[in-house]
Design a binder for this molecule. Structure first.
Ligand code: CGF
Length: 801
């Protein structure tokens, strides 16, 4: 059996460590300690071991003069870190037993930790999974991001409407960051560009300081740890204006610090939408400028030959948000280090690579030259020279980084990157045939695919201990960082006794979720219902409104045929809408209004219920995914670049009902078409259908169920006190319906009835579920990062050296 080394710390040693930290770090004795005190004491005890690995990894990297990967991202959706540390250090039993010996409940202590919600959705969570895999693989790396005081807003519902409140993770103590006052950089904005002594000099008008906060990121078995360095904004000069204070202008006195801190105050809550706000551009340059100064300082401290830079530094731009890294690195190499412009440009390009995460036009960042030039006058000049150099090298080109008085960040990133990747096979193909088709013609080898992945430590081992226990009992433990070994489960799937255990794990997870829902959200559900789950950001292309439309049609069918052999189903929704995205917020309200009617309907509620759980975040996902039977991945084909929730569900034995979009395509290839409920138009069919003027009306005319469901919404069945409340939705779905909800409805309804039939045969269903788990090993972020290391970064693991 493939065993993994144990953590040698004993429960007694661990208990002593917790007590030592409680006394000397928190100044508390056990009898007066709060749950937060115990959480902090436990965290410090875990952190001790993480810091040991961290120091060892840092030392090894320096001694080897190794190449480092720098992952620049405006988002790192970390979630909680305590359990992640305990699981990666293999200290679960010791922690649980040590706390029990101290009269404390492990789960209660874990529950006390706030989520670090420093991201919007998939892009941010991917960055966090990538850092954990970089550490697990022992690849020297830094994540660079912003230490937002307020992460993604807290969501609640009032009369079914989304309400937003500031997120306040920093109001609670946490043990995972080390302030680094010595790592502080000045970031300039605005001002003048002049030439002095033949050299171009940029003299910023304003500046803020970026101060570093380091969080160690531990890998599997604690064999390596890398650094997540988050920047916090500080006033460059005097943070406090004493003169104003003495004049009694107290607000004025605090203004310098308050203004500076604005830059790292809050995360912009938009997922796949370009905000285009000045503060956002300032945030992007703040992150990138600080990161590049830090990267160059570290390089200079180890190397005195600038020519070595590309062989020691690999910089990944997580979408276009840090795309200013191109002009900034050229500015440093040309203006400050004196390299000729073309040489500086080529060297920068050799260091830089760019990941595109979406094709949605509204998400592709572009800045008006007025704003860009005002904030970054020298960078605008450099962008123009970069664009001119590219035009000179490619006279036939029809694209540029500068057009319609804007700086196009996608085009700039493409020109400044030596490799550009998409995040699923379909998405990468669509990049080559749509938004980047001309660039692909000019640079046929630059676009490559790196299908996303998820870390199996958080998304299986930690969040689903029952299933993980069964897997380990069956194939040993090395699957945790060799996820392809899950294939070893296949021979056991046909063993009824084994399958029984598999089913029991799923059922017990569902019971846990049902208990949690009744205790926290006062929703009482039967764990034998099918748990049908759609959890992701609210967006029309993700089609949560198609899902609720199907629920309404099913409800109407059940009411028409109450005695039919229906499959009891609970539809669970969770997800936030960007505060300014009103159509998405109306979809949330509609789902809550439908839930109110359906859950109160005594004739049908045993057959169909709907629940929208508030404040979706990483921790709620960890609670929902292990308990799911059905995973809703129903986006309009060609719109979801990859998806990563889809991978987490398949890994945890939820069957997918989905379109051939993003990574759904590859999930279906890996798990087998017979273990996937496919529906809907393919990406090429979508374009053709959308070209038909009245495509929605045709679909509605052809499907009475669809017509009846839309009519119920339109007539105010779910909003009797305001019948016209959802006319904007019904008019959209029977009119423009850009995301083809109506045109895909009939096939979706058909697929859902197939799901109902399949779920009745639990033996068959669980067989399909177990095969999903067994065949999802490829979707580990360890595989993804291994490929990035080989095909983009040319970086090596130092873990076992
Ligand atoms: N921005 N962005 N893009 C996304 C997600 N919304 O964060 O990136 C994710 C990570 O690559 C993708 O899985 C997802 O399809 C895509 O829409």
């Amino acid at each position: 059996m493939n065993m993994v080394s144990r953590n040698t710390m004993t429960t007694d040693e661990f208990r002593a460590a917790i007590l030592r930290h409680l006394k000397y770090e928190l100044g508390k004795d056990a009898s007066h300690a709060s749950v937060e005190d115990w959480r902090m004491a436990l965290s410090f005890a875990v952190r001790d071991q993480i810091v040991d690995s961290w120091f060892a990894a840092t030392r090894k990297t320096y001694e080897a003069g190794a190449k480092r990967v720098y992952y620049l991202s405006m988002e790192f959706l970390i979630g909680r870190l305590l359990e992640d540390g305990i699981v990666n250090l293999r200290l679960v039993d010791q922690a649980r037993d040590a706390l029990a010996a101290l009269g404390q409940d492990f789960d209660t202590v874990l529950e006390d930790e706030p989520d670090a919600a420093l991201g919007n959705g998939g892009l941010g969570r991917l960055a966090a999974c990538f850092l954990e895999s970089l550490s697990t693989l022992g690849c020297p790396a830094y994540g660079y991001g912003i230490r937002y005081e307020h992460g993604l807003f807290r969501q609640s519902f009032v009369d079914g409407r989304q309400m937003e409140a500031p997120e306040t993770w920093l109001l609670k103590r946490h043990a995972w960051e080390f302030e680094r006052p010595e790592s502080r950089y000045r970031i300039g904005f605005g001002g003048e560009v002049s030439t002095k002594g033949g050299k171009v000099v940029w003299t910023p008008a304003d500046s803020v300081d970026a101060e570093a906060y380091d969080t160690p990121v531990i890998g599997w078995q604690g064999r390596w740890a890398n650094t997540l360095r988050l920047w916090s904004a500080r006033a460059s000069d005097t943070p406090f204006d004493l003169d104003s204070f003495n004049r009694g202008d107290f607000a004025g006195a605090a203004e310098p610090e308050a203004l500076a801190r604005t830059i790292s105050r809050v995360l912009y809550p938009d997922d796949t939408t370009d905000q285009g706000k000045e503060l956002r551009l300032k945030q992007e340059y703040f992150l990138t400028g600080a990161a590049l100064q830090d990267i160059m300082r570290r390089f200079d401290s180890e190397h005195d030959d600038l020519g070595k830079l590309p062989s020691k530094v690999a910089i990944q731009m997580n979408d276009t948000h840090p795309a200013i890294a191109g002009p900034e690195l050229v500015r440093i190499l040309h203006d400050e280090r004196g390299l000729p412009f073309d040489e500086a440009m080529n060297m920068a390009q050799a260091c830089l690579s760019y990941t595109n995460h979406t094709l949605l036009p509204e998400a592709l960042e572009s800045w008006h030259e007025g704003l860009f030039g005002k904030l970054l006058p020298r960078h605008l000049q450099i962008v123009d020279r970069i664009d001119d150099a590219h035009a000179k090298a490619h006279p036939s080109r029809t694209v540029s980084a500068r057009s319609d008085n804007h700086v196009k960040m996608g085009e700039l990133s493409f020109i400044m990157a030596h490799k550009v990747n998409g995040v699923s096979a379909l998405h990468t193909d669509l990049m080559k045939t749509t938004v980047f088709s001309e660039f692909h013609r000019l640079h046929p080898d630059r676009i490559i695919n790196q299908t996303n992945g998820v870390t199996p430590r958080r998304w299986l081992l930690s969040c689903n201990p029952r299933l993980s226990g069964l897997i380990t009992d069956t194939i040993g433990e090395t699957w945790a960082d060799h996820l392809e070994e899950l294939k070893g489960l296949e021979p056991h799937v046909s063993d009824p006794a084994w399958l029984e255990k598999y089913a029991a794990a799923k059922r017990a997870n569902k019971v846990d979720l049902a208990n949690w829902m009744s205790s926290t959200a006062d929703i009482n559900v039967d764990p034998d219902m099918m748990f049908d789950v759609q959890i992701k950001r609210l967006h029309e292309y993700k089609r949560q409104h198609l899902n609720i439309l199907e629920a309404i049609a099913l409800w109407q069918e059940i009411k028409a045929n109450p005695s039919a052999d229906w499959t009891p189903r609970l539809k669970i929704f969770a997800g936030k809408a960007a505060p300014g995205y009103f159509f998405a917020k109306d979809i949330i309200r509609l789902i809550n209004d439908v839930a109110k009617v359906l859950n109160a309907d005594v004739e049908t509620r045993d057959m169909l219920q709907v629940a929208f759980l508030p404040n979706y975040n990483v921790t709620l996902a960890e609670r929902l995914i292990p308990a799911a039977d059905l995973s809703e991945q129903i986006s309009t084909a060609g719109k979801e670049a990859s998806g990563t929730g889809n991978m987490k569900f398949a890994l945890n034995g939820a069957l997918t009902v989905g379109t051939l979009d993003g990574a759904n395509v590859e999930i279906r290839e890996h798990v087998g078409a017979e273990n996937f409920f496919l529906f809907g138009m393919t990406a090429d069919k979508v374009e053709a259908r959308r070209a038909i003027k009245d495509h929605a009306a045709q679909a509605i005319a052809a499907d009475p169920r669809l017509a009846a469901a839309l009519k119920a919404i339109h007539d105010g069945v779910f909003s009797p006190d305001e019948p016209a409340r959802y006319h904007n939705i019904t008019e959209n779905l029977s009119g423009p319906d850009y995301f083809l909800v109506s045109s895909d409805f009939t096939d979706y309804y058909r697929a859902q009835r197939e799901v109902d039939t399949a779920f009745k045969d639990q033996q068959h269903w669980m067989t399909m579920a177990a095969l999903n788990t067994a065949r999802s090993g490829w979707f580990s972020s360890d595989r993804t990062i291994t490929d990035y290391m080989a095909q983009i970064w040319d970086a090596k693991s130092l873990r076992d050296s």
